[in-house]
Write a protein that binds this ligand. Structure first.
Ligand code: UD1
Ligand code: MG
Length: 460
């Protein structure tokens, strides 16, 4: 990663997040849609922080407290600015004027990154390239790419290696429209020059908007240097529609799968495994096909997640086995070598080392002690319709199949629960609790029953 310049120079990242994204046809603002289990704006803020953005300014639309809250969740230091009217990208940047003008130790920020919150796939190393261009003396650095279809993008007008201007589609001549090299949703400005440049931008253009992209021509007129950095389309993929959201998800998933495999994870069928941006997988972890990781999952070394399992907010200990067809919900914490088998759901429960629940069980709001065995069909009845209650199962306990443990209830260490019991009272350590009616044997009953039935049929 191109870090050295980033470390020495100070950086302010301005994230533009105003605009509803009407083409998403959603009641949710565009930038609060998620890929890889993380909102679009959270991806952008994460990249900004990783690229050394010490200062963060987020520009939101009027009254968009939800967007502001999401930004603060990820970057508590972020300053939030409201753009009262949507008058263009330069106007949006200038809504953060106090942040641009702010001095730290008597100095303006060296680098200003302008990022679009709907362009979530930009990698920190790409941002570092923009910052490096500023360090080398450019006043404006722009990410350029060559899309399959450049319609709608600002075209980069080059003179050799020099970036001369960016022409927006609606203002471009036919010749300019023929240019393939286009502007992606990112730009960097020298902190020393930013306000002087931005204040010169007018709105005499086809859209009547203050175009940030005019910063290039203006900086040239001021005798400053502007450069374009060629980047891959995936980095600058903007999202306007649900279809583009799905495309970005696909790009992100292939990056996450590649990272996991590079780190020593075995993905048997990588294209069928869905990861979250924060999924943490240890070495020699094996993930079988069709596994979905929601946010907040950690899997320690040597564990196996078998096919068709769904995990979210869960921790899987060293060497544990989960699935096939298992569901770990938030707060599931499995110790080392735990086995959670098919059709077992675990929620807000700690399963201690070596414990097993191999088939058809629900374990919610519980502790399962070390080495305990949970038989098929066991249910912790944690909910009384109003409140949730806790079940505590001791070390080495044996819960017979088809038992209901009605919480709050405590099963002592080493205790046995007879199959089919409905346990409502605490069970002492090493005791047997059995709660079912006694078995009755009626010798020869079945034979007599069948004979009577057969006789009845002959008569009719
Ligand atoms: C912009 C660029 C274009 C580039 C393209 C890449 C300008 C003038 N044009 O065009 O060169 O190829 O992005 O995707 O910059 N926004 C505000 N307030 C505003 C206007 C926009 O916050 O008043 C935000 C939007 O929420 C969005 C971003 O700025 O995140 C870009 O705005 P958009 O209208 O999508 O610009 P494009 O026409 O796509
Ligand atoms: Mg756009």
């Amino acid at each position: 990663m191109n870090r050295p310049t980033g470390l020495k120079r100070s950086c302010l990242a301005i994230v533009l997040a105003a605009g509803e994204g009407t083409r998403m046809c959603s009641s949710r603002p565009k930038v609060l849609h998620a890929i890889g289990g993380r909102t679009l704006i959270a991806h952008v803020l994460t990249a900004a922080v990783q690229a050394g953005g010490a200062g963060i300014a987020v520009v939101v639309g009027p009254g968009r407290e939800d967007v502001a809250a999401e930004a603060r969740k990820l970057a508590p230091q972020a300053q939030i600015f409201e753009q009262s009217e949507r008058l263009g990208t330069a106007h949006a940047v200038l809504s953060a004027r106090p942040a641009i003008a702010q001095k730290t130790d008597g100095k303006l920020a060296d680098d200003i990154l302008v990022m679009f919150a709907d362009t979530p796939l930009v990698r920190p190393e790409t941002l570092s390239q923009l910052r490096a261009a500023l360090a080398e003396g450019a006043a404006v650095a722009v990410l350029g790419f060559t899309p399959k279809d450049a319609a709608g993008y600002g075209r980069l007008v080059m003179n050799g290696n020099d970036l001369v201007a960016i022409r927006e589609e609606k203002d471009a001549t036919a010749d300019e429209r023929a240019i393939g090299f286009s502007k992606g949703g990112l730009m960097a400005l020298s902190g020393q020059q930013a306000l002087a440049i931005l204040d010169k931008i007018g709105n005499a253009n086809a859209k009547g908007e203050y175009y940030l992209t005019d910063a290039v021509a203006i900086s040239r007129e001021m005798g400053l240097k502007a450069v374009a950095i060629d980047t891959a389309e995936d980095d600058v993929r903007g999202i306007n529609t649900k279809a583009q959201l799905a495309e970005a998800e696909a790009v992100l998933q292939s990056r996450l799968r590649a990272q996991a495999m590079d780190a020593g994870v075995t993905l048997v069928a990588p294209e069928t495994v869905f990861l979250s941006s924060d999924t943490r997988l240890g070495k020699d972890v094996t993930i079988e096909p069709n596994v979905v990781f929601g946010p907040g999952v950690t899997v320690e070394d040597g564990a196996t997640i078998r096919a068709f399992s769904h995990l979210e907010g869960a921790h899987v200990g060293r060497g544990a086995r989960v699935g096939p067809f298992a569901r770990l919900r938030p707060g599931a914490r499995l110790g080392a070598d735990v086995h959670i088998g098919n059709f077992v759901e675990v929620k807000a429960s700690t399963i201690e080392a070596g414990a097993k629940a191999n088939h058809l069980a629900y374990i919610g709001d519980a502790r399962v002690g070390e080495g305990a065995n949970i038989g098929a069909g066991t249910i912790t009845c944690n909910y009384d319709g109003v409140d949730k209650h806790h079940t505590d199962i001791g070390k080495g306990a044996f819960i017979g199949t088809n038992s209901s443990l009605v919480a709050p209830v405590k099963i002592g260490d080493g205790a046995y629960i007879g199959s089919g019991s409905v346990v409502t009272e605490d069970v002492p350590a090493d005791a047997l609790a059995i709660e079912r009616s006694e078995q009755v044997i009626k010798e020869g009953w079945a034979a007599r029953f069948r004979a009577a039935k057969a006789a009845g049929k002959k008569k009719s």
